[in-house]
Write a protein that binds this ligand. Structure first.
Ligand code: ACO
Length: 448
């Protein structure tokens, strides 16, 4: 699997002279993202593309090739693969569509057999590529830029995967890798789970999945993995399952079976893509809570109540103890130190900072949700800077900020600093619940 993520050399087969074509875009992304290894465009027409000499076949490339990205029409793929095999290519990412997903299972089988004969691994077919951010490899035809972080994204859907690459960038969500798995003819979710389980640059794995080929193998791979795995499993409805079947040729299977299996092995299931990243961001950035007690600090009664409701729904314990009276020092006399701690609409950044310090120092409090509604007396950007300055990273802290443009900027700054911040109190609470689900599962696993 190393060859897909840390290749020393990459060939782009079907690198096109035409900037509109996928083969051109992939080459362009590899070059512009700053890949440090050698890149070889391959096209029978020869010439030059993006200033690089083009080789007529991969066998003409003057050195060993670790990874070949293939972007030629499906019917030419077997010949190209034979050529890769003769060259001794290690890993092949097949971008081309037109295999099992359109009923062309024979062609897919032929391709797998060729690869097996030569001992090559295949990613795909029917994929948008692979990216490994710490190695500055972006062999995709998705966005040229990817923000670096600790979340590995594995997507069975091409278009959605590409869209998520763009979305994570604007949402300040950092990724370690993006892998399009497409038809999963050879490289499976299990192979990738094993790779990312060992990868020091990845803390959390997010999978958009329509189906698995071998349920038992998937469950075993999850069990072997010590990192949190968040799955968005599409095809929950009967009709959705049928759509998945025609999309990637997956047998979506009974959703109840998936839910049961996920629960057994500790997969954290997300209903929506947004949810998945709400959870993943917190799991990637925050320490594990040492205990069950959460405190909510807010300047608005309303969002405090919403967060409290969400906490109950998500199974989060709100701490009640006489020591909460310490929060009196961080609020005007008419505030409320009961959890949710209401430091009132008069709260300014210094009161928030004080409240955060009190929560951090209290050993009976294990996680903190800080909520803010935009007011004229508390500048959100100033608040974000105050939180960044004071937060010591020992316990989980999530922030929700509700307001206008300035608030958006504050959220961006916090996320950039690795403090998960959201624009809705429910999201902040759900983020914490992901940490607790993972903590409880690990405890259960240990006791078993
Ligand atoms: N070796 C190397 N290059 C070759 C070979 C070969 N044997 N045969 C042809 N080529 C060259 C062509 O000459 C061409 O280069 P040129 O433009 O300079 O002439 C280039 O390879 C591409 O070949 P085309 O025939 O022009 O094919 P095109 O670029 O139109 O399409 C592609 C190829 C992109 C692989 C297409 O067949 C395909 O499968 N598209 C779907 C991709 C996709 O959607 N993937 C799924 C996931 S992503 C998602 O869902 C959004």
């Amino acid at each position: 699997m190393e060859f897909f993520f840390r290749p020393k050399t990459v060939a782009v087969i079907g690198a096109s002279h035409n900037p509109e074509k996928i083969g051109y875009q992939i080459l362009k992304n590899i070059l512009s993202f700053g890949y440090p290894g050698n890149v070889y465009p391959v096209n029978p027409k020869g010439g030059e593309i993006l200033g690089r000499k083009v080789y007529r076949t991969v066998e003409d490339v003057p050195e060993d090739v670790d990874l070949a990205v293939i972007a030629v029409p499906a019917r030419f793929v077997p010949d190209v693969l034979e050529s890769c095999g003769r060259k001794g290519v290690k890993g092949v990412a097949i971008i081309s569509s037109g295999f099992k997903e359109v009923g062309n299972a024979e062609l897919e089988e032929q391709v797998v057999n060729i690869a097996r004969r030569y001992g090559m691994r295949i990613l795909g077919p029917n994929i948008f590529g692979v990216a490994y951010v710490p190695g500055r490899l972006n062999a995709t035809f998705g966005p040229a830029e990817i923000k670096e972080g600790k979340i590995a994204l594995i997507s069975q859907s091409g278009a959605l995967g590409i869209a998520l690459m763009g979305w994570t960038q604007t949402e300040e969500i950092g990724l370690s890798a993006v892998v399009s798995v497409g038809n999963k003819a050879d490289v499976s979710d299990e192979d990738l789970l094993d790779f990312f389980g060992r990868d020091e640059n990845t803390n959390v794995i997010v999978i958009y999945m329509e189906g698995v080929h071998d349920g038992r193998a998937f469950m075993d791979a999850v069990r072997r993995n010590s990192k949190p795995i968040v799955v968005i499993k599409a095809g929950r409805s009967e009709r959705g399952a049928k759509a998945a079947s025609s999309h990637t040729g997956s047998l979506a299977g009974s959703d109840l079976v998936y839910s049961g299996a996920f629960e057994q092995v500790g997969v954290i299931r997300a209903k929506t893509v947004r949810d998945a990243f709400v959870l993943a961001r917190a799991l990637a950035e925050l320490p594990e809570p040492r205990g069950e007690n959460t405190v909510i600090i807010t300047n608005g009664g309303g969002i405090g109540v919403l967060a409290t409701d969400a906490a109950e729904e998500e199974g989060i314990t709100l701490y009640d103890g006489p020591d909460l009276a310490a929060f009196k020092k961080a609020m005007p006399p008419f505030g409320s130190f009961r959890n949710p701690v209401d430091i009132t609409g008069m709260a300014d950044p210094s009161m928030y900072v004080k409240a955060l310090e009190i929560a951090q120092e209290n050993p009976n409090i294990h996680s903190i949700a800080l909520l803010y509604c935009e007011t004229a007396v508390c500048d959100p950007v100033e608040l974000a800077e105050g939180i960044k300055r004071v937060y010591d990273g020992r316990k989980p802290l999530v922030v929700a900020m509700v307001g206008g443009e300035k608030t958006e900027e504050a959220i961006r700054r916090l996320n950039e600093a690795g403090i998960p911040a959201y624009d809705a109190p429910e999201d902040a609470i759900r983020a914490l619940s992901g940490l607790y689900r993972w903590r409880r599962f690990k405890k259960k696993r240990r006791s078993e």
